[in-house]
Ligand binder design. Structure first.
Ligand SMILES: Cc1ncc(COP(=O)(O)O)c(C=O)c1O
Length: 373
């Protein structure tokens, strides 16, 4: 029987309370809209929450990556990144003249394969950027081991993983630095916004300089800088969202558990696997349709059939980065990333839906797949 949810189930919904509006309005009323003391408080709270010594707030996750890479890498440096990630993980290396070298991901956890990283190390390799993708953690131990043995800097793209833990510690708090995003679909939002965290005071100081025109004092510019400052308006929202992070993560995990229970044992549908020692925060809940269990209905036909049930879905990511025009031809032997791009499908899991809606999403997927989309 076709189970159609009562209402359309969207892929994202931002949670803004009347108190959030009051907090942002208070900044508006103060007239101090630029980066100031509210941003400083957000940085302090964020650093405490993730267990890092320093947190540097910026205008986006992309800006966070740009500044971290600028501080750590230079022209011609090779940095190994997953082929299966959001473009900024790699494109911001280009922005500092470094060379992204694509490695494949693990087919179960969708995160960077340490074994494949090791194959791609050359005398020019200077770093690794691990992405805690969809809220699952990388195999932090394995990547730290490779980085330590080869003397490489390890940066975490934690855009999607605020609250994700690895061995009981925030996955983005491991050295040397991690970059977060507060885009509206992330685990908390400031509209647009980002943060770099690190325990290294020299790196934090460099990030603060490059965030704001390289200015050590007013009109004294000691190095290349940008305007990547966060405004106090954004930070006021960030402080309030951060206070609700645990509640958001509990809802994400409950919704994910409902999806996984509803999809257990469905032929041709593989539910997300959690990295060993990690706690997934399900920024995205991505299933594989028709691979490696196949053949089954195609991913795209399942997505369009689900739209007919009122269930929104998304594809993160429809092309691996080595197939993007800007990186075309860079990289081979990236079969897992290619298969994931063909078979992955994100289902609604965010805290804006109730657990019974997550159960309805699972039931709709079962209907579609068993009837043959
Ligand atoms: C893995 C990853 N890295 C970087 C970014 C860039 O963050 P922003 O959109 O805040 O610039 C995103 C945002 O979608 C992301 O998902």
């Amino acid at each position: 029987m076709k189970t159609i949810p009562d209402q359309r189930i969207p892929m994202a919904r931002v949670d803004i309370t009347p108190d959030d509006i009051d907090a942002v309005s208070a900044v508006l009323r103060s007239g101090a809209l630029r980066q100031g003391e509210v941003t400083a408080r957000f940085e302090d709270s964020f650093a405490r929450r993730v267990g890092a010594r320093h947190a540097v707030a910026v205008s986006s996750g992309t800006a966070a990556l740009h500044l971290a890479y600028l501080a750590l890498f230079g022209p011609g440096d090779e940095v190994i990144v997953p082929a299966f990630t959001f473009v900024a993980t790699a494109s911001m290396l280009r922005a500092v003249g470094a060379v992204p070298v694509f490695a494949d991901v693990d087919p179960r956890t969708f995160t960077l394969s340490a074994a494949d990283v090791e194959h791609r190390i050359t005398p020019r390799t200077r770093g690794i950027a691990g992405v805690h993708l969809f809220g699952n953690a990388c195999d932090v131990d394995a990547l730290r081991d490779v980085a330590a043995r080869h003397g490489l800097a390890l940066v975490w793209d934690a855009a999607q993983s605020l609250g994700t833990e690895y061995r009981g510690r925030e996955a983005g708090s491991y050295p040397v630095a991690a970059c977060y995003s507060f885009y509206p679909t992330k685990n908390i939002t400031t509209g647009e916004g980002g943060m770099v965290v690190t325990d290294d005071p020299g790196l934090a100081a460099a990030l603060r300089l490059s965030r704001s025109q390289g200015a050590a004092a007013k009109y004294v510019h000691t190095g290349l800088g940008f305007n990547y400052r966060m405004t106090d308006l954004a930070a006021a929202l960030g402080l309030r969202q951060l206070a609700r992070l645990d509640a958001y993560l509990a809802r994400r995990r409950e919704n994910a558990a409902r999806l996984t229970a509803g999809l257990a044992g469905v032929p041709g549908v593989l539910t997300p696997q959690v990295t060993e020692h990690a706690s997934h925060t399900y920024n995205q809940y991505c299933v594989l349709i028709g691979w490696p269990d196949g053949p089954g209905p195609g991913r795209d036909s399942v997505a369009s059939a689900l739209a007919g049930y009122g269930v929104e879905t998304a594809v993160h990511y429809p092309r691996p980065l080595h197939r993007q025009p800007m990186f075309d031809g860079q990289g081979e032997g990236l079969e897992v990333s290619e298969r994931l791009s063909e078979h992955i499908l994100a289902l609604p899991v965010h805290p804006g839906i109730a657990a019974d809606q997550a159960a309805a999403v699972a039931a709709a997927v079962v209907d579609v797949v068993t009837r043959g989309a």
